[in-house]
Design a binder for this molecule. Structure first.
Ligand SMILES: [Zn+2]
Length: 73
């Protein structure tokens, strides 16, 4: 599985996700600990709708491969 996660296009976002009020991945309402997930791309005719979208802490912990597991065999 690739670590690179494609953001959904802007057209698929809810209004809350588009406005950064809800997690872009699971849709949960963001309160604290929200992390920028990047820029979702979209356009409507001549208008560019690119917007920064946000992830809840639970979702953002999934795709980050930085951390070594503490114990393994
Ligand atoms: Zn989430």
């Amino acid at each position: 599985m690739s670590a690179r996660i494609e953001l959904p296009p802007v057209e698929q976002l809810s209004s809350g996700q588009f406005r950064g009020l809800n997690c872009v991945w699971c849709g949960v309402k963001l309160t604290t600990g929200a992390v920028s997930a990047g820029i979702a791309r979209g356009r409507s005719g001549a208008h560019i709708l690119d917007t920064e979208v946000w992830s809840c802490p639970n979702c953002v912990s999934v795709p980050v491969p930085d951390r070594e597991p503490g114990d393994h065999q």
